[in-house]
Design a protein around this ligand. Structure first.
Ligand SMILES: CCCCCCCCCCCC(=O)SCCNC(=O)CCNC(=O)[C@H](O)C(C)(C)COP(=O)(O)OP(=O)(O)OC[C@H]1O[C@@H](n2cnc3c(N)ncnc32)[C@H](O)[C@@H]1OP(=O)(O)O
Length: 202
């Protein structure tokens, strides 16, 4: 698809088209982890899913989705591991921005994000914080993660979590950002990152 031909209305139509598919795949992942149906039902589901996947592959990109720009200049990253509209692996995060620059996101992390029993995988905590801190540090232009330091204070229970971040300082291409991941009982992970605008585009 040539996204240069896509305007806002068409973009909304496409989101409404793809979101239910992605949500269904996300549900499928959860069901695959938690199902206790009989062996023959598993085999039947496998056959049906293989057929569905083949159908979707009838036409497709030769590589990852990347970032596309619509005719209206809107950047979309539908394959992004944290926020991608078409990525069932993405939780997905929705990030809100306050007037004072605080970025925050509340998201439910279910069985697919488990590390230690009942707890969110440490790498998933890092994914969430990297993205929320990265967006915060990119508020005045695109920056990539140079260094991300995490302090895991206690396990993060699976369920609803809240991430938030603020930019502490900006020094030219470099922005220092701090943030936290929390559950209902308080902070579980503290994060600090240095986000850098690449000298050359990468
Ligand atoms: C609106 C848009 C929304 C966009 C929204 C985007 C949200 C993104 C959220 C997700 C973010 C990601 O996951 S990003 C993906 C993970 N990160 C990456 O893949 C980045 C891989 N690394 C690189 O591309 C590069 O190494 C960079 C960009 C980090 C730095 O390369 P560079 O630009 O050539 O840096 P260079 O000139 O050598 O150094 C510049 C200054 O930074 C320092 N420096 C260089 N690298 C590092 C480093 N890793 N950690 C600390 N400091 C570093 C140097 O000492 C120097 O300090 P001084 O001498 O000036 O004092």
């Amino acid at each position: 698809m040539d996204f240069a031909d896509v305007d806002r209305d068409e973009l909304e139509r496409l989101k409404l088209l793809y979101r239910p598919l992605t949500d269904a795949v996300r549900e499928l992942v959860d069901a695959t982890i938690r199902t206790e149906v009989d062996d023959d039902v598993i085999r039947e589901a496998h056959t049906e899913l293989t057929d569905v996947t083949a159908t979707l592959r009838d036409a497709g990109l030769s590589g990852p989705f990347g970032t596309k720009v619509t005719g209206d200049g809107i950047s979309i990253a539908w394959g992004n591991a944290a926020v991608g509209t078409r990525n069932a692996i993405a939780p997905p995060l929705t990030i809100e921005v306050d007037d004072d620059g605080r970025h925050h996101s509340t998201v439910t992390l279910g069985a697919a994000y488990e590390g230690p029993p009942g707890l969110v995988h440490g790498g998933v905590c890092a994914l969430v914080l990297d993205h929320v801190l990265g967006m915060t540090g990119s508020a005045d232009g695109r920056r990539l993660t140079g260094t991300l330091t995490l302090k895991y204070l206690r396990g993060t229970p699976l369920g609803t979590v809240h991430a938030e971040a603020r930019t502490i300082s900006v020094d030219g291409r470099k922005a220092t950002v701090r943030g936290t991941l929390s559950d209902a009982d308080g902070v579980t992970v503290e994060a600090e990152g240095l986000f850098i605008t690449p000298a050359s585009r990468n």
